[in-house]
Design a protein around this ligand. Structure first.
Ligand code: OKP
Ligand code: ZN
Length: 343
């Protein structure tokens, strides 16, 4: 399969991440994409293409205009106040507080985020634009007839909602690709999110819609980030009722149970009969992932690719998480070769 990749991902490199109450090297680092790309080359997966520039219009189909304006201007506003470290919020408008967009940059960072996991740097805006263009270019390859394409997105996107960032995510690449495919004439799209963490952003974007089905396999929100979405009783609302499917699983889940959930999700996709599938691919389900608690092993990723290929549907595979950098290339590319070998 073809891979879409942009070097511009490295314009976003967070200095630190708050882990266990202390500042640590950020898990979501440029090396992640470098290692996946090296593995794509090593196995001879296929052609590697640069993204096309789709402009802001496809982003604005998913994200709020004020949120996009904030992302574009946040670094300059932060810098104007004399600060050089990554821009991060410290306050959130939780229960009983008023959600009014402040004028002050620190207030805006709070208003447009749900955690302190998405630091804005000098290069964040161009990097997230490139990541979305990678997703859109992969979607265009599939729209133009490729059976499958891989968008090596970085930064990831599935925690980003219409108007907030968080969890290393700024623009929701999977949602942008799914919406673009709809706008190009697809009637129904399934977004299958197999990252370890619940895709709260993607779920919230499509929650009341019947034209985009969202399915997510993830750590149970009772135990796991992002905590406040991802329960099994979230089935969609209004016209979207029945088109949101969550598979929360407990810490320690291995491939026997996880693979069963994937098979069930694939049955749900098949009954929905979408024109295309967008996969949010995280390999943080891996047993050695430093921030996650599932127990998948490297060969399991071949089977994941094979299972998804068994749907027989046009498929756009987009990179989300995975933080065991030594094995991230093997695991991510195992999904892709497992898919290719089955078609
Ligand atoms: C992004 B993606 C857990 C802290 C979680 C943020 C995790 C973001 C994951 N102790 N911090 O879904 O891989
Ligand atoms: Zn994740």
């Amino acid at each position: 399969m073809k891979t879409v990749y942009s070097d511009d991902h490295r314009l976003h490199a967070a200095k630190k991440e708050l882990v266990d109450g202390t500042l640590m090297p950020a898990h979501e680092r440029p090396q992640r994409a470098d290692i996946i790309l090296a593995r794509v080359r090593e196995v001879g997966l296929g052609e590697i293409l640069a993204p096309e520039d789709f402009g802001v219009a496809p982003l604005a189909r998913v994200h709020d205009g004020r949120y996009l304006a904030f992302l574009e201007s946040a670094w300059d506003m932060w810098k104007e106040t004399g600060r050089e470290w990554d821009a991060l919020p410290l306050v959130w408008p939780v229960r009983g507080l008023r959600a009014i967009e402040p004028e002050d940059i620190d207030g805006k960072l709070s208003y447009f985020s749900f955690d302190a996991g998405a630091p804005i740097t000098a290069g964040t805006w161009p990097a997230v634009r490139a990541s979305a263009n990678v997703a859109l270019t992969a979607a265009r390859l599939v729209k133009d007839g490729e059976r499958v394409a891989f968008g090596l997105c970085r930064p990831p996107g599935h925690h980003a909602a219409a108007d907030y960032c968080g969890g290393y995510c700024f623009l929701n690449n999977a949602a942008i690709a799914a919406q673009w495919l709809r706008d190009q004439g697809a009637q129904r799209i399934s977004v299958l999110d197999i990252d370890y963490h619940h895709g709260n952003g993607t779920q919230s974007i499509f929650y009341e819609r019947a034209d985009v089905q969202f399915l997510s396999l993830h750590g149970d929100p009772r135990q796991e980030y992002p905590y406040f979405l991802g329960y099994a009783d979230e089935i969609g609302a209004g016209r979207g009722e029945g088109y949101n499917v969550n598979y929360p699983m407990e810490w320690g889940t291995a491939y026997d149970a996880w693979g069963q959930a994937l098979k069930d999700a694939c049955h749900e996709v098949a009954s929905y009969a979408p024109d295309a599938v967008v996969v949010s691919l995280g390999v943080d389900t891996f047993e050695k992932d430093p921030i996650s608690q599932f127990k998948l092993k490297s060969p399991d990723y071949l089977d994941i690719g094979k299972t998804m290929a068994g749907l027989g549907l046009p498929t756009v595979i987009l990179m989300e998480g995975g933080y065991a950098v030594d094995e991230i290339g093997i695991n991510a590319v195992n999904v892709l070769t497992g898919f290719d070998d089955a078609v």
